[in-house]
Write a protein that binds this ligand. Structure first.
Ligand SMILES: [Zn+2]
Length: 129
């Protein structure tokens, strides 16, 4: 492992953007296999080469800045989907949207028909919990 440590010394390494490029490359490869598309298989090399270039790059500041821009784009998308993943894991509460201010309200599950008061605008609405 010392040889790897010596090779990677002073180099940027792997980050979220590199992993995303790797995933894109794998997806293009898999998609290119089934219809026997040589174009997609060839295109899958491009993100892979960019991933390698970024991993072994010594311009750490520039790679860091690229990753920061990628995360500024990616994190809102990720958070949007993670919100629904986390809600599906929550077995003890239900989530409703206030009809007036559109704020999400969390209420305990299994209480029957209840009157929900929005904590923001104090709007009252009836839903089955
Ligand atoms: Zn409200």
């Amino acid at each position: 492992m010392n040889w790897l440590r010596r090779v990677m010394n002073g180099r940027y390494g792997v980050d979220q953007l590199s992993l995303a490029l790797l995933v894109i490359s794998v997806i293009l490869t898999v998609v290119g296999i089934f219809p026997k598309s040589h174009v997609l298989s060839t295109l899958s090399i491009i993100p892979l080469l960019i991933c390698y270039f970024r991993t072994f790059s010594k311009n750490i500041r520039k790679r860091y800045e690229e990753n920061r821009k990628f995360l500024a784009f990616w994190n809102p998308i990720r958070n949007y989907f993670m919100k629904y993943v986390n809600r599906s894991k929550d077995k003890t509460h239900r989530y409703y949207r206030c009809p007036k201010c559109k704020k999400t309200v969390r209420v305990p599950k299994g209480k029957g028909k209840i009157c929900i008061t929005c904590p923001v605008c104090k709007e009252e609405f009836i839903r089955k919990s």
